[in-house]
Design a protein around this ligand. Structure first.
Ligand code: MN
Ligand code: MN
Length: 456
């Protein structure tokens, strides 16, 4: 089948809508680089649009808008449809965590007069990509008395940044012969964070570290031990940027999977009086295997659905029928054909940048291991509603059959007996500090999710 290119098909008005939409997208992801920040901005937008915490509803009726938040890191936003939930609901699920570098429990140390932070990387990163770039520091500490102190350094005008150093090429004779795996051990991702000494107490050791602690105490009231009850994320500093002479692409951190989170959330906000009840589910911890309480495998989703069913006047025992008739999109990014790495793709089946949202029939790797196998009937339904709504879409797959593979949260929704399919935006340099997307694909993804919510 032939792929359509959005820039070739869209008229000037549609292109303008696309650029406008992506301006807002860029701003949103520039200021929301952690799952907590992303979610709190979504709550704010939702409330401005008439959504209320589900606990405020005794009874839910068609048109009601509601949400529920799990520990500040996972959220479900929904609109009650005209039809009974027993006829099925529509779910779009995306993840709001992104690959990054976290701090170790006891991170601060001094070595040769330089202060560093020990780290643990989060998700599947190619470590060398994270060296020598400006990094920002996001997080908070819960002090022993329960008081919460937020720390954000690196993205505001005039803020300092952080970095991880790399070896100069002049001395890299041995380093360059190593494999990437051997050359960049995770234990060496230490963040350079200070070099001035505290000279108050003349004889004491670790004067630079002591000076950094002094700054932390003065500015935030935190002490070394407080790091243990904190959450810290080190992410690339800087805003989302336009890419290319034609500004057709976005270069930004965390587009996996905030591009699908943003587009699905915006599509939900824009949908009024849906026929079926619709939900945008934003989960955490996808990049580390979805094991925790705020992940896609948490019971939060089922507990939420039980509450929803009961408040619409139904019974919890009816949930199995609701799920059986429901449809879900696992909204996660997919790989794009990269002309610089042709060898890993099957050119017939790889998605292309600018050719619209990607519908992925086969995920997993090596013999479809881990794939959810959406039915032909469900794929036919998705095709039909996309075409009916002029959504430009393309088939895609992560790579050649035995090249590798990847999974999404699709499996955790398919297992409730919900028809589920992977459908999201294509990304170049996925999991790199700065990932590339096409504005056309971002807007197509939004239009695709809008069609999914709107249609029965
Ligand atoms: Mn993802
Ligand atoms: Mn990922």
């Amino acid at each position: 089948m032939e792929r359509k290119n959005c820039w070739e098909i869209w008229d000037e008005r549609e292109k303008e809508n696309c650029f406008k939409f992506c301006e807002n997208y860029k701003n949103f992801i520039s200021i929301n680089k952690t799952e907590r920040k992303f979610l709190s901005s979504c709550i704010k937008l939702a409330e401005e649009n008439g959504f209320k915490d589900i606990k405020n509803y005794e009874k839910i009726s068609p048109g009601d808008k509601f949400y529920k938040i799990n520990r500040g890191k996972e959220g479900i936003f929904g609109i009650c449809g005209e039809k009974s939930p027993l006829e099925g609901c529509k779910f779009i699920v995306a993840h709001i965590d992104s690959p990054r570098i976290d701090l170790k429990t006891n991170p601060l140390y001094e070595d040769e007069g330089l202060c560093f932070l020990k780290t643990y990387y989060y998700g599947g990163i190619k470590k060398y990509q994270w060296l020598t770039i400006p990094l920002a520091f996001y997080g908070f500490v819960v002090l022993k008395d329960g008081k919460k102190v937020e720390i954000e350094i690196g993205d505001k005008e005039g803020d300092p940044v952080f970095t991880i150093t790399d070896l100069l090429p002049h001395l890299a004779k041995d380093q360059i012969k190593k494999t990437i795996e051997e050359g960049f051990p995770g234990e060496n991702l230490n963040i350079l964070s200070g070099s001035i000494m505290d000279t108050e107490k003349k004889d004491e050791k670790e004067k630079v570290k002591r000076n950094v602690l002094k700054i932390l105490k003065e500015n935030y009231g935190i002490e070394e031990e407080d790091f243990i009850s904190g959450e810290f994320q080190i992410v690339p500093a800087g805003k989302a940027l336009d890419l290319g002479f034609d500004k057709s692409m976005v270069l930004a951190y965390g587009q996996d999977d905030r591009v699908c989170s943003y587009t699905s959330f915006q599509a939900l906000l824009k949908t009024t009086s849906p026929k079926k009840s619709i939900f945008c589910i934003l989960v955490d911890q996808e990049e580390i295997g979805s094991k925790g309480a705020t992940s896609a495998q948490s019971s939060f989703f089922t507990y939420f659905m039980e509450e929803f069913i009961e408040k619409t006047g139904g019974k919890v025992s009816e949930l199995k029928e609701v799920f059986e008739n429901s449809k879900a999109i696992s909204a996660d990014v997919d790989s794009l054909f990269d002309p610089n790495f042709k060898e890993v793709h099957d050119p017939r089946n790889a998605a292309r940048l600018g050719c619209g949202v990607i519908l992925t029939k086969i995920t997993g790797g090596r013999g479809k291991i881990g794939s959810i196998e959406p039915t032909a009937e469900y794929l036919s339904y998705i095709r039909r509603i996309f075409d009916k709504n002029n959504v430009i879409w393309q088939p895609g797959e992560i790579g050649k059959v035995e090249q590798g593979g990847g999974g999404t949260v699709a499996t955790y929704f398919a297992r409730y007996n919900i028809d589920t399919v992977d459908c999201g935006t294509g990304v170049l340099s996925m999991h790199a500090p700065y990932e590339v997307t096409s504005k056309a694909d971002i807007y197509s993804t939004y239009l695709a999710y809008l069609a999914f919510y709107k249609e029965e």
